[in-house]
Design a protein around this ligand. Structure first.
Ligand code: MBD
Ligand code: FE
Length: 277
């Protein structure tokens, strides 16, 4: 079928069974996506079997809460970030910590702490990690009282809420920065996340000849009145998957140095990096 015939078909669909105005934006998006699908079916000669297998695939992914995992896995979430970067550059808004993907594992409502927090529930497994920083506006000035939402996986790569063996809001906190914009936290060193074995996302990635692993990372939302909200992550350096992330989230500027206790002792001898905790 040629595209002219497809467009005529779409015209007919749009004018059949009409009961109201509908939503123009949704109408435009739906028409475009259906058209693109029809053209793909035509060009790739997609069979009925393939069509229904695809539909059932997405139904299963939805039932198992994996649609949010497929979107980063096929690069769409990173693509959205690149578009936001582009729009900001055009608007003359540059600099600051780079954004990167949110992923599907944020949970709202984490406990709020002032200035500093311990993110783990007191567990002894895993390596202790501490992180501190200052939230600054694009003008470089500290943002007093900025909200720093942090969430990350445990030492087995699992996130509380989704991994029901963890306590509620384990490794999830909202830290309110102090009057100088400072925040700090103690936690357990995360391990990279992997897509659920045998799940919809992993099976698709297998068919693409790809793995479903992420390097170890810590997520952040940083927000304050009068400022754009930043969605970002840091990666833990030296992870084998650092630049081989199935979700394409690693970016220059988001891989801070990790200092071991031995490094810190040496730095303290030099009078830098005052330890806390
Ligand atoms: C994650 O932990 C994540 O951050 C993303 C983007 C996708 C899947 C799991
Ligand atoms: Fe994550």
């Amino acid at each position: 079928m040629d595209t002219k015939t497809i467009d005529q078909l779409l015209d007919r669909f749009e004018t059949t069974g009409v009961v109201g105005e509908g939503n123009p934006r949704i109408k435009a998006i739906t028409r475009r996506l259906v058209r693109d699908l029809m053209i793909a079916i035509e060009d790739l000669d997609i069979t009925s079997e393939e069509f229904w297998s695809g539909l059932n695939y997405f139904a299963e992914a939805g039932r198992n809460g994996e649609l949010g995992l497929i979107a980063p896995g096929i690069g769409l979430e990173h693509f959205l970030d690149l578009r936001l970067d582009e729009a900001e550059t055009k608007a003359g808004l540059q600099g600051g910590t780079p954004r990167t993907i949110e992923g599907p594992l944020y949970v709202a409502g984490a406990p709020v702490a002032q200035g500093e927090a311990r993110l783990d529930d007191g567990q002894t497994a895993g390596e202790v990690v501490v992180m501190q920083g200052v939230v600054r506006g694009t003008d470089g000035k500290p943002v007093a009282g900025a909200q720093v939402e942090v969430w990350h996986a445990n030492d087995k790569g699992g996130y509380s809420y989704f991994d029901t063996t963890q306590s509620a809001f384990n490794l999830r906190r909202t830290i309110v920065a102090d009057a100088q914009g400072r925040y700090k936290f103690r936690s357990v060193m995360p391990v990279g996340y992997s897509c659920p074995p045998g799940g919809a996302t992993e099976r698709l990635l297998q068919q693409l000849g790809r793995h479903g692993h992420r390097p170890a990372h810590i997520h952040f939302f940083v927000s304050a009145p009068g400022h754009r909200k930043l969605t970002t992550q840091i990666n833990i350096e030296n992870d084998p998957h650092l630049w081989d992330d199935f979700a394409f989230g690693t970016r220059d500027g988001l891989v801070p140095p990790v200092h071991t206790n031995a490094d810190r002792a040496a730095m303290n001898d030099l009078g830098v990096d005052k330890p806390f905790y």
